[in-house]
Design a protein around this ligand. Structure first.
Ligand code: SF4
Ligand code: MG
Length: 335
């Protein structure tokens, strides 16, 4: 049985303009110890989806997650807020782009980690302190005995990211959700943090949901990748498989938009023209229709279902891989 099984997850917001379908029927599984990369442009529903998994939607009165989120066989959607509070941080932990959103600026880092441990586990202060010190050490913070007593603002950006990861690890969660964990950092620190996440995964054996718009990060770190567009999953499969044989034009274009070195040595970033459809009135057919270079008449009328096109590789598109290759505009073809 998968550790996490999401079935038909839907999160919509009631707004003055109407119902916004931010997450529109998403299904996937994550196994123990596995890293699932979740990619897509901003606004495609990645972050709302991850907050829905934690039952942490930004506007609880107007947002409604529906479907099933089975964690170890229990449906999180049916849990009460107090049951959820026991799960969060303990079984499923989350790290964000900005550590300050999950850290308390007026409490020392060591004390914050201790409090989180003591909220979830019946341990003495002394045991919690020892554990806090251990996780600070595990995330590579130098001189943890001294750093333990410092406030978040006394840490550098990269160290704060490490401290937030330490806090997430404190209760030994089974799932770690990392939402754009390295976006705000410079390239060298980014690489260090990704390496850290990979090494703690080995050490702790947790599953990781790595949410990012950066396909390079996914290529390096994820076992499987799931591509989201307009609140839906449009492709999913093993990372090497999806990267070498994308079966949906959006994925194909995302891969094309990775920075590449041109003949003249210039770093070129191609972006996909157009913008995603409104989630207020989603189009009837394929949600990528208005931007797709391969769009056919049927695409505007009938929504392609997400189906297994090759072994363990799902995609939502009316085209086959061969058709996509054949129809690719000349300048887009591999040299
Ligand atoms: Fe493009 Fe049609 Fe495939 Fe949608 S279904 S991605 S419009 S080819
Ligand atoms: Mg986001």
């Amino acid at each position: 049985m998968a550790l996490l099984e999401v079935k038909g997850l839907r999160t919509h917001f009631n707004t003055l303009g109407g119902i916004v379908n931010a997450v529109n029927g998403v299904s996937f599984t994550v196994d123990r110890g596995e890293t699932l990369g979740i990619v897509g442009e901003s606004g495609c529903g990645k972050s709302v989806m991850s907050l829905s998994l934690m039952q942490l939607n930004p506007v609880p009165m107007t947002s409604y997650p529906e479907g099933e989120i089975l964690f170890d066989g229990r449906n999180l959607i049916e849990m009460t807020e107090s049951e959820m509070r026991k799960m969060r941080g303990n079984d499923i932990a989350m790290i964000f782009q900005d550590p300050m959103t999950s850290m308390n600026p007026v409490m020392t880092v060591g004390k914050q980690i201790m409090e989180s441990i003591r909220f979830h586990q019946k341990v003495s202060k002394k045991e919690a302190a020892a554990r806090a010190l251990q996780v600070l050490r595990d995330v590579g913070i130098a001189n943890p005995e001294k750093r333990f007593h410092e406030y978040p603002h006394q840490y550098s950006g990269g160290m704060r990211q490490r401290a937030m990861i330490a806090m997430a690890l404190a209760c030994n969660p089974k799932v770690l959700i990392a939402d754009e964990p390295t976006t705000a950092l410079d390239v060298t620190i980014q690489a260090q943090i990704l390496e850290l996440i990979a090494s703690i995964q080995k050490q702790y054996g947790m599953a990781i949901l790595l949410i990012t718009h950066d396909l390079g990060v996914v290529a390096r770190s994820a076992d499987r990748v799931m591509v989201m567009y307009a609140g839906e999953v449009v492709e999913e499969g093993r990372t090497e498989e999806v990267f070498s044989r994308p079966l949906m034009p959006y994925t194909w274009l995302l891969l094309r938009s990775l920075p590449r070195m041109d003949d003249d040595g210039a770093d070129r970033l191609q972006s996909i023209s157009g913008s995603p459809p409104s989630l207020l009135n989603p189009p009837e057919g394929c949600s990528f229709y208005s931007r797709c270079p391969f769009a056919m008449e049927i695409c505007g009328q009938i929504k392609p279902a997400l189906v297994e096109k090759m072994s363990a590789h799902r995609a939502a598109c009316h085209l086959s891989f061969e058709e996509m290759e054949q129809n690719a505009p000349m300048e887009e073809r591999d040299e």
